[in-house]
Design a protein around this ligand. Sequence first.
Ligand SMILES: *Cc1c(COP(=O)(O)O)cnc(C)c1O
Length: 400
Amino acid sequence: MNIGQTNTLSKVSFSIEQTVATIRGVLEQLDVPRTLHQPLFLGNEWNYLKDCLDTGWVSSAGSYVDRIEQMLAEYTGAKRTVAVVNGTAALFIALKLAGVEPGDEVLIPTLTFVATANAVAYCGATPHFVDSEFATLGIDPTKLDHYLGDIADVDSNGAHNRLTGARIKAVIPMHTFGHPVDLDPLVELCKRWNLEMIEDAAESLGSFYKKQHTGTFGRIGILSFNGNKIVTTGGGGALLFNSDEEAKLAKHITTTARRPHKWEYYHDMLGYNFRMPNLNAALGCAQLENLPSFLERKRKLTLRYVEAFRNVPGVKVVEEPPLAHSNYWLNALVLDEEDASQRDALLESTNAIGIMTRPAWTLMHHLPMYKNCPRMDLSVAESLEKRIVNLPSSVPRIGS
Ligand SMILES: *Cc1c(COP(=O)(O)O)cnc(C)c1O
């Protein structure tokens, strides 16, 4: 993806009408809903939900919870997984388990959904904002490394921010719209800087980096099954672990931390009750059975967008980074730098005819809660924020 520069010499001008017509053409061709991302239920969803109602297992225990954890481990290659109530709660628990404490700083991209920053704040820690790179839309490992060289020291206790005096405990790469960040250099950076890596893979179920599933590269990874994600449990999330011990502890504290006993209510730790109910897990099991077909059809949709926009001036469709196989969860157009001023007009004209397009999230350092947090130069993320338009990306209905 070459969205960093544009060739101004051969430039033909961007046209809103042509861009809107191209989007509309693709949606009609593949029978894609005009919403940004809506769920599709075409397998065992009704059967499994009915089973929950028929057997009475609707709540915080039941076989579908075990089953979804098993299915997720098999699919992602994680040693163990723990299903929870949503992705935000999963992130919070992951940070706790990784040892993030009040006063620590946690490096996160400024271009992310607010949940990434919120989970850090729930720990009493401070988000420290990192820039993105054009190739992945996620953390730029080279730029981050140089920045840490400028502001931080490292010893056996971790990295320390010379400017704030705080410990920098962890980094949370986020796989934007499902596109994996460049993980090898990031893993290497974490070793050198003594940082824990927690992967926010909320958007990237079905995305692989060098054939390994996203969310399994760091100490812990998390997934989300919110209604707009590639598969949904209604609301839900999961933690991915490479360690049995840590998974066991996660299960313990995401329930009520009750010591197993026939009748006694004895809780040996602070428990959070973040359990995924069996009803939601049942929906998720059925959805996961459809994941391979969803992935195939979503890839078809992106290829169609890419082809349709090949000769449309002023915009590019985001494609998967090198080394990565993306789930293509959410499609995005990136306007050329000099056409960025047209973004809102494009959003207006598409939404006016019921085609739901959206800008990227407002950058975290522009939100009132986080505007005073430490940050590096964020010029790439700021450029992307002005130029990204997300496109309708539901699983195409044709081929069902
Ligand atoms: C959806 C999402 C989450 C959180 O998921 P919920 O299940 O809605 O709590 C976290 N991070 C990112 C990047 C997301 O897109």
